[in-house]
Design a protein. Structure first.
Length: 601
């Protein structure tokens, strides 16, 4: 610690009652014998690099903590590793027993600094097969912290003596393997609590290091993330110390709503992995230039799209389905992520237009009670646009009864339009060469319009339809959401998170071209989503690259919690960008509402 306040007369009365002590992270004010500490600087590490380098310049030995400092896990908590092992190996109950093992060693075996072999020695026989798997999972997924790696390299460039320390159950040989894999090799020695039977948290490891190196503690700078064991105990052992704000804390400082998400889903593996991947993105990309739609796509859309895509892929494989139809526009991004799993292309995928407007027109599907008024209006509007003769007859239609009479009186003409559109649509579908035993994916449905349309036109009986949610189920229907207790509070947002960077279609012209609905609201959505979807796909690529062959599943309930929390906690950036997004409440996009009601926020 360094005294920075100096009066012109050190013996003055003022200096006796008031002084300021500066540390790496705090200013400590001594007033009349009472010490008050204040945080000195921003948690963003970029503001502290120069200060840390100056500390390194002044010390001959630089000591680095390993976990959450030099090395990072792609999880929010260490216990997520145990949860993940339990899930992928179907080892029910493992995570709870494994997490309690170190405590049980101390309590029942009187082993204070247990090693990995000792931990597994008290686990049930049924879990012994996970001993090697846990080490391998850690080796395969742990990555170097780029912030600390640059500090490590800086210290090496000055020929400083570098040592590594860890209060950890792994042996130094295992840690060396992980460090080597991540390009960290230039250091003098590793000190590990499980081998020394000494730890940083009680100061015994620091005393051992001083004796082992035969050096003054004032020549050693220790860098670590734990305020108590890496900072306070180092200071108490007379070392110099720098309290490093770990990446997850830096991340939460900037993105507080995601800290709320983790706090409200603290025992969730899904939440732990989502936060782990977001922190990895934040720390590896050094995100400074904020782009709202990239942030929206990666941080919110990325987990949501990955979760439903992985669920879909699992269901398709479970039922030995050969082909999947991704219904436009909801299927656009999901198909791209699905094909990241479908590397060998054993499952054929098709992006197919099968929207409600085409179903209403081709199947004349307007007469049930589901959004009846909108569907009736859509049928008349589209027929009016396709046939000038009908357009002249619709000017005075006001009530539903008048509209029904109009359709009845002009049924022959409307039916001919329907038959022609079916012919054009069949011609469009033939290019896909769709067979039987297929799956259809759409985000949600209340009327199964895409399913009805494809079954009618293709004359296919065996279609497994898979959705996030439906109003009710049919024989082959599968849904990601299993209960209707935890619901997305604003369901309209799901169709903005999962859509396509293109305009909605109305019909097919005589040349086989899709005619689209083009207005400023749809243009805005298309423009913004052209940025969003790329980041949604990037999230899945990053997750798969991080976990490689280890499967990762996201629970629907946790994703619903993420969506609800994101839109319940609206900040200034959300208000600025979301205010321009509108949502159409009918098939022909004749009426729009705000996607998010910001007036009450």
């Amino acid at each position: 610690m360094k005294k920075i306040y100096k009066d012109f007369n050190k013996k003055s009365f003022f200096n006796k009652i008031f002084s300021i002590i500066e540390t790496d992270r705090y200013k400590i004010v001594n007033l009349l014998g009472f010490k008050i500490s204040f945080k000195k600087y921003n948690k963003d590490f970029k503001y502290n690099i120069d200060y840390l380098k100056k500390l390194i310049d002044k010390n001959s030995v630089i000591s680095f903590d390993i976990f959450d400092t030099l090395l990072l896990r792609p999880y929010a908590k260490p216990s997520n590793v145990f949860q993940h092992l339990e899930e992928i190996n179907n080892a029910i109950g493992f995570s709870v027993v494994r997490e309690q093992a170190e405590y049980n060693l101390r309590k029942y075996k009187d082993i204070e600094y247990g090693n990995y072999n000792e931990i597994y020695s008290i686990l049930p026989a049924d879990f012994q097969f996970l001993k090697g798997k846990e080490i391998q999972l850690e080796k395969d997924t742990i990555y170097a912290n780029p912030q600390m790696k640059q500090i490590f390299d800086y210290a090496n460039s000055l020929n400083k003596i570098i040592i590594l320390t860890s209060d950890m159950y792994f042996s130094s040989s295992i840690l060396k393997d992980i460090l080597k894999k991540n390009g960290i090799t230039e250091y003098k020695k590793i000190y590990v609590s499980s081998e020394l039977r000494k730890a940083k948290w009680d100061g015994s490891m620091y005393n051992h290091i001083i004796q082992d190196l035969n050096i003054s503690p004032q020549s050693i700078l220790h860098i670590g993330n734990n305020k108590y064991s890496d900072y306070e105990m180092a200071i108490n052992s007379h070392l110099n110390a720098f309290h490093y704000i770990e990446p997850m804390e830096q991340f939460f400082y900037k993105y507080k709503k995601f800290q709320n998400f983790l706090n409200k889903n603290t025992d969730s593996l899904t939440a732990g992995i989502i936060i782990g991947i977001l922190v990895k993105k934040y720390i590896e990309n050094n995100i400074n230039n904020f782009d709202y739609w990239k942030y929206f796509g990666y941080f919110l859309g990325g987990p949501v799209c990955y979760g439903i895509s992985k669920f879909l892929y699992n269901q398709v494989n479970k039922k030995n389905i050969n082909e999947v139809i991704f219904v436009a526009r909801d299927g656009y991004t999901i198909q791209k992520i699905f094909n990241l799993f479908n590397k060998d292309n054993k499952i054929k995928t098709h992006y197919v237009y099968a929207n409600r407007v085409l179903n209403i027109l081709i199947n004349m599907d307007y007469s049930n009670n589901f959004h009846y008024d909108d569907r009736l209006n859509s049928l008349i509007t589209i027929c009016k646009e396709l046939n000038p003769e009908l357009a002249l007859k619709t000017n005075k239609l006001i009530t539903d009864k008048e509209k029904q009479e109009f359709i009845k009186n002009n049924f022959s003409l409307i039916n001919s339009i329907s038959i022609e559109m079916k012919y054009r649509y069949l011609k469009y579908l033939k290019k896909f060469d769709i067979k039987d035993n297929i799956a259809l994916f759409d985000i949600a449905t209340g009327n199964f319009s895409a399913l009805k349309l494809l079954k009618n036109v293709l004359d296919i009986k065996n279609i497994h339809d898979i959705y996030w949610i439906t109003n009710y189920k049919n024989e082959h229907c599968i849904t990601y959401q299993k209960n209707y207790i935890n619901m997305i509070q604003n369901p309209n947002v799901l169709e903005f998170i999962i859509t396509a960077p293109e305009l909605p279609i109305k019909y097919i012209d005589k040349n086989g071209n899709f005619i689209r609905i083009n207005n400023r609201y749809e243009m805005d959505r298309m423009t913004y989503y052209s940025i969003i979807f790329k980041e949604e796909v990037n999230f899945s690529k990053d997750l798969l690259s991080t976990f490689k062959h280890y499967p990762v599943e996201f629970t629907c309930d946790d994703l619903i919690n993420l969506i609800n929390l994101f839109f319940n906690v609206i900040d200034d950036d959300d208000k600025k960008y979301l205010k321009s997004i509108k949502y159409s409440i009918n098939e022909m996009c004749l009426k729009y509402i705000d996607l998010v009601n910001l007036e009450e926020r």
